[in-house]
Write a new protein. Structure first.
Ligand SMILES: [Zn+2]
Length: 210
């Protein structure tokens, strides 16, 4: 029970334990960030409330494929849930458990903000499916035609995390990585060219021709 990544879909059973653990961590950290980004936005931005000051994302749980019969996750209103989200009120410390459909009902977070969160979380789940499929297909950088890249510590944190854990990159990360590689190769070429020019100038100067 409550092991989110072993139950999402059958393909997941084909993954090794390390990959399942990565996906679990991936979902949890990205969900927390999604909540904080969207709620945080509201604090400083275009909405009236101070939601981020009021609510903190605690966790997300998945009751598994047999949630209808064996599940023990519930919404505040008593509805049985497969996917349960928990937020805590920062002032009272009170935690609220809910399914995404009842986010507004049980927290008072405005519907437009709730919609943004739902959209973001759906996107996350589709990214998770993308990673699972790529794991099954034995994805590698080479299969993407990438033979060289800057050192991991020079890459964005999320990309270097995936690669350090030997996990596939998402299409959007690949796009970013390709841009970084292109910029870096341009920079290196430029540098090499400048070196050649400087050496040539030095030679000419030595011959008294410059
Ligand atoms: Zn409810």
């Amino acid at each position: 029970m409550n092991v989110p990544c072993q139950t999402e879909d059958n393909n997941e059973q084909l993954l090794c334990e390390k990959q399942v653990m990565f996906l679990d961590e991936f979902l949890k950290t990205r969900m927390k960030k999604a909540f904080e980004d969207i709620l945080g936005n509201k604090k400083t931005g275009f909405n009236s409330g101070h939601i981020a000051e009021e609510w903190e994302f605690i966790h997300y749980e998945d009751a598994g494929n047999n949630w209808r019969t064996d599940g023990d996750l519930f919404c505040e209103c008593g509805r049985k849930l497969r996917y349960q989200y928990t937020l805590a009120n920062k002032t009272t410390g009170l935690q609220k458990h809910f399914g995404l459909n009842h986010l507004t009902e049980h927290t008072g977070i405005q519907p437009d903000v709730a919609r943004q969160i739902v959209k973001e979380l759906k996107q996350l789940k589709s990214e998770k499916r993308e990673i699972i499929q790529k794991c099954i297909d034995d994805w590698t950088l080479t299969s993407e035609g990438i033979k060289w890249m800057p050192p991991l510590d020079q890459l964005p944190e999320d990309i270097s995390w995936h690669l350090t854990e030997q996990m596939p990159l998402l299409e959007r990360q690949l796009k970013r990585l390709r841009q970084i590689i292109q910029e870096e190769s341009r920079r290196l070429n430029e540098k090499a060219l400048q070196k050649i020019v400087a050496e040539e100038k030095k030679k000419l100067a030595e011959k008294g021709l410059l």
